[in-house]
Design a protein around this ligand. Structure first.
Ligand code: AMP
Length: 283
């Protein structure tokens, strides 16, 4: 396994691999690798000749006052996990390598960036789209893997790839959860043991509304039931609970029989912002 820190070297290596006819599978991450990341890597390993991951905590996707500085950076442990997963190359650039002097270009995906997390984290998706665009130009993957855990991000990346005619295929991977249902996230490491218990309320709320939606409850009943479950926890503060069309991310007013919706939420547990979602079909 190789660690590459320079854009120009990564590009040369990618060019050579492509000339040899190898397919490059790519998993971009912020590091602090966990089972969610590993599931993407496992699939990418299976489906490609070469597996490249990136570890880059991208400053442009963090807002002022967010957790950029305290985001975990266990690079040695990440290396071990990546090696075990059969990763061929970790692309691990520095901030100055990615954003050189005079850097000034950003990608804005207008359609999906303004709702849900976009309302609460202005500039976040602009940072994400820009860095993923750069990473695609540097790593030159044939296929890139993204988790449904960040459903809005996935939609934005797919839109960008289509709109900008990028020659990379995006594959979606299911959310990986802890045995009790909590969606795995690098940010779960911020939680105290009490907060960890409270964090389970996101999953409890999703599971509960799944049965409500299936039998045709109204949107307002569904949302208020979720609010009830989450507000029981003393450290919880809801940013949003939304029921949206999974294709457009627009609000759904009524859920017709047979219709699939995305239930998405963002909740602070103490100082940790957690997101989760579930696709649910009404019977
Ligand atoms: P991150 O390092 O948080 O930016 O995540 C890198 C990739 O892993 C993104 O495509 C995420 O959607 C995906 N991911 C993170 N957590 C999970 C999870 N619990 N299940 C599935 N995919 C995940």
């Amino acid at each position: 396994m190789r660690v590459i820190r320079k854009n120009s070297i990564m590009q040369k290596v990618a060019d050579r691999l492509r000339e040899e006819g190898k397919s490059i599978g790519f998993v971009p991450t912020l590091g602090a690798l966990h089972q969610g990341h590993l599931s993407l890597m496992e699939r990418a390993r299976r489906e490609n000749d070469i597996l490249i991951i990136s570890i880059f905590i991208n400053p442009t996707q963090f807002g002022p006052g967010e957790d950029y500085k305290r985001y975990p950076r266990p690079f040695e442990k990440d290396k071990l996990l990546a090696r075990r997963e059969g990763v061929d190359i970790i692309f691990y650039p520095s901030v100055s390598e990615m954003y050189g002097k005079g850097y000034s270009t950003y990608v804005e995906v207008e359609k999906f960036s303004k709702s849900l997390c976009g309302l609460f984290r202005p500039g976040h998706f602009r940072g994400v789209a820009s860095v993923v665009c750069k990473l695609f130009n540097i790593v030159k993957p044939n296929v890139a893997y993204f988790g449904q855990k960040d459903y809005q991000q996935l939609k934005i990346i797919k839109r960008m790839v289509e709109d900008l005619n990028m020659e990379v295929e995006i594959r979606e991977c299911a959310i990986v959860r802890e045995p009790d249902g909590l969606a795995i996230s690098s940010r779960n490491s911020y939680l105290s043991s009490q907060e960890r218990k409270e964090a389970l309320s996101l999953y409890k709320a999703l599971k509960c509304v799944k049965s409500l939606i299936k039998v045709g409850s109204s949107i307002s009943d569904v949302v208020s039931e979720m609010e009830k479950i989450i507000q029981r926890e003393s450290h919880a503060k809801i940013d949003y609970i939304e029921i949206v069309d999974p294709l457009t991310l627009e609000d759904v007013k009524t859920i017709r029989p047979g219709k699939k919706v995305l239930v998405a939420l963002a909740v602070w547990i103490g100082n940790t912002r957690l997101i989760d979602n579930m696709l649910v079909r009404r019977m």
